[in-house]
Design a binder for this molecule. Structure first.
Ligand SMILES: [Cu+2]
Length: 285
């Protein structure tokens, strides 16, 4: 079977149109900070770290695509040109210095081309810049508690916004909560996580963060939200029967709105400050 150049071109154009249409529909349906139906790619980025993750993901995609097509090409060449029928007398070549040097050096260069941006990304994720705000997220069975240690001693619980049977839920379903985590836009937010009972994991895809919340240990990560709005995530460590029902909702607001909110929150949650065990017991009732 041979494809003429014209047919091949038309075929590729058709493929490009289909992919383009699918990509466009993704843009049309996708809402910043939450998953979209039929989503096949990463959530739209809402932080510099996620921008970097997205870039790295695309860079790797290019590399693996080129390698896969190259290997496929080699395999097809071998099958077509060097099968027993087409090539009854095999060559006895055993050495080719140039090729041997090339197939050693090229993979090394590819790995270096992956390692450099990979380490740069790791440092960006782990080397926390000077924080403008610290929030503490405590994973509990099965909800999150948030505290703002820079802003007084209050802590509040953030529970799934559904009725008891989880049939009626506030949209987006299974992602909405009653009390959101509120942070200011364009500020470096340090997130400290810990677990009160078992290991949970604090993850918000649009910010490119995912960090375990482990009992008896304080982990930290950071994000800087670049746009105001709602950002959703979920507990990402299997933590028991209601693991699926302890979402994370982050409301990113302007500095002014944040200042107003934090004053109101201090009053609202002042009396509800409890230690982890007391609030866990309270939720169980
Ligand atoms: Cu959990």
């Amino acid at each position: 079977m041979k494809l003429s150049k014209g047919r091949m071109g038309r075929w590729l154009l058709g493929l490009a149109i289909v992919f383009g249409a699918v990509a466009m529909s993704q843009v049309a349906f996708a809402e910043l900070g939450q998953p979209a139906p039929w989503e096949y790619k990463l959530q739209e980025s809402g932080s510099p770290v996620m921008d970097h993750i997205e870039w790295f993901h695309n860079w790797l995609l290019v590399i693996i695509t080129v390698i896969t097509l190259f290997v496929l090409g080699l395999l097809i060449t071998v099958m077509v040109k060097f099968n027993a029928k087409a090539n009854p007398v095999p060559s006895r070549t055993t050495h080719n210095t140039l090729i041997e040097v090339a197939w050693t050096l090229i993979p090394v260069m590819i790995l270096v081309g992956i390692a450099i941006p990979s380490f740069r990304l790791l440092f960006q994720e782990l080397d926390i810049p000077k924080a403008d705000l610290t929030v503490k997220a405590t994973g509990k069975q099965w909800y999150w508690s948030y505290a703002y240690p820079d802003n007084g001693k209050f802590e509040y619980d953030s529970l799934l916004a559904c009725d008891e049977n989880r049939t009626k839920c506030q949209p987006p379903r299974l992602l909405s909560v009653d009390n959101e985590l509120v942070v200011p836009v364009n500020k470096v937010v340090r997130v400290e996580t810990t677990g009160a009972d078992v290991i949970h994991s604090f993850a918000v895809p649009a910010f490119g963060i995912k960090i375990d919340a482990i009992p008896g240990r304080l982990n930290e990560t950071w994000f800087q939200a670049t746009k105001t709005g709602m950002y959703y995530g979920q507990c990402s460590e299997l933590c028991g029967k209601d693991h699926a029902y302890m979402p994370i909702a982050v409301r990113v607001v302007t500095d002014q709105e944040f200042a107003t909110w934090i004053e109101a929150a201090k009053k609202k949650y002042a009396s509800s400050r409890t230690d982890s065990f007391a609030s866990a017991a309270g939720a169980a009732q």
